[in-house]
Structures are given as structure tokens and as C-alpha cells.
Design a protein around this ligand. Structure first.
Ligand SMILES: [Zn+2]
Length: 85
């Protein structure tokens, strides 16, 4: 899933796990999602690569995990991530 991150890439990268992530409801069952680990990945920004933290979310009832991608990361979404969205 994607959220409209208000931060520029650099500020987001510096904020790390404290970037003020929203916690949306589950897109399948509208149940509450909880933060569930996460990972680091590179996003391309103005010709460079910036390493950012992508939090994971997990739905208790569905047991499905979602990656919470900032909108600026959409330009270089991997196939693996697409399957999570
Ligand atoms: Zn669910």
C-alpha cells in the first residue's frame, strides 16, 4: 500500500522509523493493522539512490502483511512489492 508521504526523500531517510507513518485499516477486511517489522530499500531520487526504511503492516484477522510505501518510492517499485500492494 502507498501513503502520501509529505516529507522529501532525504528527510524521510533521516527520520528512519520515526517518519510519522500512518496506520491504515486493512484493505481486505478493514481490520486494524499493526506494525510488523519492515525493511530497508533504495529509492531513486534525482539520479541517486537513497536508502530508506519501509515499515511493514500486518492484519491480525487476515494474517496478511503489507509494505507501507511512501508515494515517492512508487517510481521504482519492485515486482515483489507489487504483489504486496
Ligand atoms: Zn484484514
Amino acid at each position: 500500500m502507498v501513503w502520501p508521504c509529505p516529507l522529501p526523500v532525504d528527510a524521510y531517510a533521516q527520520a528512519g522509523r520515526l517518519a510519522g507513518f500512518p496506520r491504515p485499516d486493512c484493505p481486505s477486511c478493514a481490520g486494524p493493522l499493526v506494525f510488523w517489522s519492515g525493511y530497508r530499500r533504495y529509492v531513486r531520487e534525482a539520479g541517486r539512490c537513497v536508502r530508506v526504511f519501509i515499515p511493514g503492516l500486518r492484519c491480525g484477522p487476515c494474517r496478511v502483511t503489507h509494505a507501507l510505501l511512501p508515494a515517492f518510492a512508487l517510481a521504482c517499485v519492485t515486482n515483489a512489492e507489487r504483489s504486496l500492494m
